[in-house]
Design a protein around this ligand. Structure first.
Ligand code: CTP
Length: 132
């Protein structure tokens, strides 16, 4: 069984997130979604004005059919060492030093890394701006 994992904040769950999950599931048999926890979003993405708590984000994502498991993460490069997986899927925007370290870990431990393009014209930030 090929296990795929992807990481993100997933605030204001939207079509771009759903399509990411569906495309992730096409790359494997079992999809793990790791949700950035509230405390570390504040540190790693201070510009992100979270609307939903980590529990609320987990509540929504857990109900999505193609998602097999949902976990929280603090730092991607730390959490990834504790997950049983075969493939890491990232977006082209996930380039901060923690993601770079996680990708390095994958390369050193024979794990596949796939970069998937974003769905155009939608983001949590856009929704928040529109709502204001
Ligand atoms: N993503 C995507 N298509 C979009 C938006 C996000 O494929 N239109 C992917 C990102 O590439 C990443 C994951 O979803 O792999 C989580 O991204 P996240 O930062 O939570 O979503 P954004 O909508 O980009 O949020 P923000 O505007 O706060 O950056």
């Amino acid at each position: 069984m090929k296990k795929v994992v992807t990481f993100g904040v997933f605030d204001y769950f939207h079509l771009g997130h759903l399509r990411l999950f569906k495309r992730c599931k096409e790359k494997g048999d079992y999809l793990i979604v790791a949700i950035h926890d509230d405390d570390h979003v504040k540190v790693n993405k201070p510009e992100c004005d979270l609307y939903y708590t980590q529990q609320e984000r987990m509540e929504m994502i857990s109900e999505i059919r193609c998602v097999d498991k949902v976990i929280f993460y603090d730092q991607v490069d730390e959490t990834i060492k504790r997950i049983d997986f075969d493939t890491l899927i990232v977006g082209p925007d996930q380039i901060n030093p923690h993601f770079q370290a996680a990708i390095k870990y994958c390369n050193e431990h024979n794990k596949e890394v796939i970069v998937l393009p974003r769905t155009p014209n939608i983001s949590s930030t856009d929704i928040k701006i529109y709502k204001k």
